[in-house]
Design a protein. Structure first.
Length: 164
């Protein structure tokens, strides 16, 4: 499970790099062992299917920016566009249907998330976590959720402004 997840993170790192984002793409030498399985230490990037599946969609929706190696990024929303994101920490942006959202120049600096290995033989964790071998411990996270239809802009300070 964790190996497949790591491969997906790396695939998404490559997509962001191709879109002009300054991001380190994990190479084999960078992998770390967690529960005996090599995984990427980061950045952990999730591009949900509703945001983009193909490289072409990623290039149309993401322009420039920087994502540090310790960062965690989740993007979800069919009409979400991200320009010049500067991320050092953890950021989740989720938008609903008919939400046209442009993120431009957002700067995020927070404690983010760390990989926390599940101790061998632990019985107090859900099966889906145990099979993965680790969990992401959230220290600090900026979460932006917009579900009301409309047009929105998010600038450097992270404030959501309705444009219409």
């Amino acid at each position: 499970m964790s190996s497949a997840e790591s491969d997906k993170y790396i695939q998404n790192q490559r997509k962001l790099k191709f879109a002009g984002v300054d991001i380190d793409v994990t190479e084999e030498k960078d992998l770390v062992m967690v529960a005996g399985i090599p995984v990427t230490p980061g950045p952990r990037v999730i591009l949900c299917p509703g945001f983009a599946i193909t490289q072409r969609e990623v290039v149309e929706k993401i322009h420039g920016g920087k994502v540090t190696k310790r960062s965690t990024l989740v993007l979800e929303g069919e009409d979400l566009k991200v320009r010049n994101l500067d991320l050092d920490g953890a950021l989740v942006i989720r938008t609903g249907h008919d939400c046209d959202v442009t993120v431009d120049g957002l700067v995020v600096r927070n404690k983010g998330c760390d990989i926390e290995e599940i101790p061998e033989g632990a019985t107090d964790v859900p099966e889906e976590v145990a099979i993965r071998g680790y969990t992401l411990k959230q220290h600090e996270l900026l979460e932006i959720i917009i579900i009301e239809p409309g047009k929105y802009h998010i600038g450097a300070d992270g404030v959501v402004n309705r444009v219409e």
